[in-house]
Design a protein around this ligand. Structure first.
Ligand code: ADE
Ligand code: ZN
Length: 324
């Protein structure tokens, strides 16, 4: 099976509908508005976030979160993934009544269980939620910086990109950077190319979450290629959220041809009826990528991973060198 790696998946967004239904039964919640016929129900970004927040709130104990991470990473490994970075959200944990530390330890436990069963390596990227405001994103950064969990290796920001100015969040990223964490930020998904430029100018991340709307400005595409910024692309998510009309319009091949470092990711897989395997299949079917190109994408992801050198070298050895 083709070795795969994922850098961009929100752990709360990885909970499958049947698991969420079981959690709802456990806590006496009614799933009707958000899950129908075994599928999440939403129609735009706002209603997607509502379904996401509803489901996230049904994970409340350490064991709930440990099992969520264990299930997700085990399913990834079954599809050939050797490495996974998940976005965690201390804000969602607190809304569920769990401290950020207990939540992070529990997810770490789930990642360790999945590694013991399948060999998959996992790391956590603590994220702040942009539309929860500057204070809450800085609190997430302070937690990430001080938590000391060995599997927390990065910091990022998700949420509504059109909320506020990225400049206002710079302090949060500085706190994380000073603590030695890798930096990624969502931009160029629902907001236009300017959001990618602003994120690069102010946050100076090594990776951008999505970033695909950079395609709207050729000079920016050249800059991304020259600076070697890695794009965490999530093609199926983009189509389902109607960022682009269809795979034929998706800029992944054009960004790649322009020399940008692109990777394949599932974002919030069951919400978008996808898996990491499906993203690779889409790249093969719609973006004209053969096995060699897909392997190179896995290699790009591992090279950009927020992981120690020794683990990175071992992972790259599993992918193998490019054929000559
Ligand atoms: N949080 C969870 N999924 C997200 C997405 N696709 N964009 C922004 N924030 C998110
Ligand atoms: Zn995302």
């Amino acid at each position: 099976m083709l070795p795969k790696a994922e850098l961009h998946c929100h752990i709360e967004g990885a909970a499958a509908p049947d698991l969420v239904v079981r959690q709802a039964a456990k806590y006496g919640a009614d799933t009707t508005p958000y899950i129908r016929d075994g599928s999440f129900v939403w129609h735009d970004f706002t209603s997607f976030l509502a379904a996401y927040d509803f489901a996230a709130n049904l994970f409340r104990t350490e064991e709930d979160f440990a099992r969520l991470a264990e299930h997700y990473l085990t399913s990834l490994a079954r599809d050939g993934a050797i490495y996974s970075e998940v976005f965690t959200s201390p804000d969602h944990a607190e809304k569920s009544g769990l401290s950020p530390r207990a939540y992070t330890d529990a997810l770490g436990e789930g990642i360790e269980r999945a590694r013991a069963k399948t060999g998959i390596e996992g790391r956590m990227i603590v994220t702040g939620v942009r539309h929860f405001g500057v204070e809450s994103v800085e609190a997430a950064a302070r937690f990430a910086a001080k938590c000391g969990h060995p599997l927390v290796t990065g910091f990022g920001m998700a949420g509504e990109e059109r909320f506020g100015d990225v400049e206002d969040y710079v302090r949060a990223f500085e706190i994380a950077r000073e603590a030695g964490l890798g930096i990624t930020v969502h931009a160029g998904e629902l907001a236009g190319w300017e959001s990618v430029r602003d994120a690069l100018d102010h946050v100076r991340p090594s990776r951008i979450g999505h970033g695909v709307r950079a395609i709207e400005n050729p000079d920016l595409v050249s800059r991304i290629a020259e600076e070697g910024v890695v794009l965490e692309c999530c093609p199926v998510s983009n189509i389902e959220l109607k960022v682009f009309d269809g795979f034929a319009e998706h800029p992944f091949p054009r960004l790649r041809d322009a020399g940008c470092k692109v990777t394949l990711n599932s974002d919030d897989p069951p919400y978008f009826w996808t898996t990491l395997k499906r993203e690779y299949d889409v790249a093969r079917e719609h973006f004209g990528m053969d096995e060699r190109a897909l392997l190179a994408t896995t290699r790009t992801a591992i090279e950009a991973a927020f992981v120690d050198k020794k683990t990175k070298t071992a992972l790259l050895a599993k992918v193998g060198s490019p054929a000559r």
